[in-house]
Design a binder for this molecule. Structure first.
Ligand code: 13P
Ligand code: SF4
Length: 321
């Protein structure tokens, strides 16, 4: 978008947001211009926490569908808008509620009728959260799992990479769902090793949704917020980053004198894009934010009985974080 039009949109969005008492939230993976107009930028935990604290009539969630749903479940009296309802999540899609229900039943039978605790990553639909005992994010998964009884039988889903990582750092043997994020599971180990070779001593920062061989080569593993905080606090000047590339905008903004080197994905002929962007996050554009604020649509709605069941698993997370 040319600079003049971009500025016009930013001005229009800001004045409309003031007029309508709307607050704009953005995830770190959104386009730079979306992060620029946001009142609040955060990882999925911080976005959920902040949503419960703001005084506003309208909340606009620039992220993906499950983030808007989580916000609506936590703030049922507020109008929650999301700029594009097609902004889904491959990880959330890898766990359908009907399939999880069957899986829980089969694991309950295998445990002589004792129902395992169901812990779900926040990247899930409201229907999945309604079947869940405790929701976690990558920021608090270890902390929450550590608080559960040592002998608890736990089903963890949907991200297999995050679940394996949490098993390894907690010494648990959680039963893992076999889901994955298409962005984080395609980082190239070969490219990472080459980058490390070319940049000796440079710290590698990775999101726990990456596969185990990538995590094994990383110095810091954490949520988007944790990785950002590390780059701010660290005395190092250069970092290799294995997560969605949108975070580089905020890292560069917070640390203008530091250098961030993104790990490229494996190139698979004819499949997806050859970049490390989440195409769902990129569906949030300035035009769509403006239109959705102007028309107060699309509005996020969550079925009341689903929301009632889902809210306890999210609130449990907030209490245990
Ligand atoms: P964070 O919880 O680190 O924000 O991650 C959310 C996400 O969608 C990662 O792909
Ligand atoms: Fe979902 Fe992956 Fe996009 Fe995160 S990066 S929103 S997990 S598809």
């Amino acid at each position: 978008m040319e600079l003049k039009r971009k500025k016009e949109y930013i001005d229009k969005i800001k004045s409309l947001a003031r007029e309508k008492n709307a607050v704009i939230f953005a995830h770190y993976y959104t386009r730079p211009e979306i992060q620029e107009i946001a009142d609040f930028i955060g990882d999925s935990l911080a976005l959920a926490q902040q949503a419960t604290r703001v005084q506003a009539n309208i909340l606009i969630m620039c992220g993906v569908h499950f983030m808007g749903e989580t916000m609506k479940i936590l703030c049922p009296d507020k109008k929650v808008l999301i700029p594009d309802m097609n902004a889904g999540c491959s990880l959330a899609d890898s766990c359908k509620a009907e399939d999880l229900k069957q899986f829980i039943e089969s694991q309950t039978q295998a445990a002589d009728g004792e129902k395992p605790l169901v812990v779900s990553y926040v990247n899930t639909s409201a229907d999945v959260k309604a079947l869940t005992d405790i929701v976690v994010t990558s920021s608090n998964a270890k902390k929450i799992i550590d608080q559960l009884p040592k002998d608890a039988k736990i089903i963890f889903g949907p991200d297999h990479n995050l679940g394996s990582y949490i098993n390894s750092v907690t010494g648990r043997q959680m039963i893992l769902w076999n889901g994955a994020c298409h962005v984080h599971s395609r980082f190239s180990l070969e490219a990472l090793l080459k980058l490390k070779n070319e940049n000796p001593g440079v710290e590698v920062l990775a999101h726990p949704e990456c596969k185990a061989p990538i995590l094994a080569q990383s110095d810091v593993i954490g949520s988007t917020q944790a990785l950002l905080q590390h780059t701010i606090k660290s005395s190092a000047k250069r970092f290799i980053i294995a997560t969605e590339s949108g975070i580089l905008f905020e890292m560069q903004r917070a640390c203008p004198d530091k250098e961030f080197i993104p790990v490229p994905p494996e190139v698979t002929e004819g499949v997806g894009c050859s970049c490390n962007e989440c195409e769902y996050m990129r569906l949030n554009t300035l035009e769509k934010v403006y239109e959705c604020l102007l028309n107060e649509s699309p509005e996020m709605q969550v079925n009341e009985s689903t929301a009632r069941k889902a809210v306890s698993s999210i609130q449990r997370m907030l209490q245990m974080s």
